[in-house]
Design a protein around this ligand. Structure first.
Ligand code: CUA
Length: 340
């Protein structure tokens, strides 16, 4: 009896600790007005549920106590009690919650700052098994994978669709979930009011690597975002360093270019993520491993060891050539003078 209760209490403590830590992408740590409304609704439902739980538990304990004392049977007619506590009160509570959630739904489906859809910064997000393609269709050729840069205090319009199966776009600290449905584009507004990194996750089971389909929303001050977008929009420069140039030629010879693009080079594959800004990304494999020299080398050699089932096969690149290829890919990030 005590063991399960202790396990339950421990789980509750862990859950609360995780939800309250600043590191977790919890809906209880909102970074924008939409998520703040959702947080308000969450707490309302929490307190209502808590009160109902306490009242029912108290009622059950009362009955048990009466039974133990062998108190005389209460013969009063229960109809009135059932009608009030079992029908009228739940009806009023549910109607109020329904009304509030309709108001919240209306709030989050519109741009908070009243931005006209035609004037808004629009970002296209396309779900793939198992990564996110991110495009800035108006005026920027930038194509990202698994991360979305946005300016703070700005209504951002997201257009969501999928290239294959059903996925669901969820950034708990910014917005509730929206599904990505084949043959259809779903629209949502997103706004962050403090700079920071907000982790997102695919929230609809989409196959073997659904759990490794994370992304990061990076909310930056407007001027920082503008210089980042300017950097991300440029074609990859042709390297002056012979080792990096050699790395670029290996990229073409090894067949990487048949699946991946690097703007500014001959690589124009469309199967896998665009790699024009690969050195700048927060992770490899949609949040699977950190983006550093060591992991990139291991990933290129055999990504299946980290993320079995993905489309990219192991690459037989000789150990003599691999370092130049890795150095070239890692060089595709802003220099200290650019952005930041
Ligand atoms: Cu994509 Cu789950």
């Amino acid at each position: 009896m005590w063991r399960p209760m202790r396990a339950l209490a421990m789980s509750a403590v862990v859950l609360v600790a995780v939800a309250c830590s600043d590191q977790s992408p919890s809906a209880l740590h909102p970074g924008g007005p939409g998520a703040r409304r959702v947080e308000g609704l969450w707490w309302l439902l929490f307190w209502i549920s808590l009160i109902v739980c306490v009242m029912i538990t108290a009622g059950v304990l009362l009955v048990v106590r009466r039974r133990r004392r062998a108190a005389p049977v209460d013969n009063r007619d229960p109809t009135r009690f059932v009608l009030i506590a079992g029908a009228a009160v739940p009806f009023v509570v549910l109607a109020v919650v329904f009304g509030i959630s309709l108001g919240d739904n209306d709030f989050i489906s519109k741009p908070v700052g009243g931005t006209h859809p035609g004037d808004a910064l629009t970002i296209e997000v396309i779900g793939h098994q198992w990564w996110w393609e991110v495009r800035y269709p108006h005026g920027s050729p930038a194509v990202l994978a698994n991360e979305i840069h946005i300016p703070v205090d700005t209504d951002v319009q997201l257009k969501l669709t999928t290239a294959d199966v059903l996925h669901s776009f969820w950034v708990p600290q910014l917005m509730p979930k929206t599904d990505l449905i084949a043959g259809r584009t779903n629209m949502m507004w997103m706004r962050a009011d403090r700079p920071g990194n907000y982790r997102g996750q695919c929230a609809e089971y989409c196959g073997m690597q659904h759990g490794h389909m994370a992304f990061m929303v990076i909310a930056q001050p407007k001027s920082e975002f503008d210089s980042w977008l300017q950097w991300a929009s440029r074609p990859a420069p042709t390297p002056a360093d012979p080792a990096l140039l050699h790395g670029l030629s290996i990229f073409g010879q090894a067949g990487c270019a048949s699946c991946h693009s690097i703007r500014g080079t001959d690589a124009a594959g469309t199967v896998g993520p665009d790699l024009t800004t690969i050195g700048d990304r927060w992770s490899l494999g949609a949040g699977t491993v950190p983006n550093d020299d060591e992991h990139l080398r291991a990933w290129v050699s055999n990504p299946q060891q980290f993320k079995p089932g993905i489309a990219m096969p192991p690459q037989a690149i000789s150990p003599a050539e691999l370092p130049d290829l890795i150095a070239y890919l890692r060089s595709l990030r802003p220099t200290p003078q650019e952005a930041r």
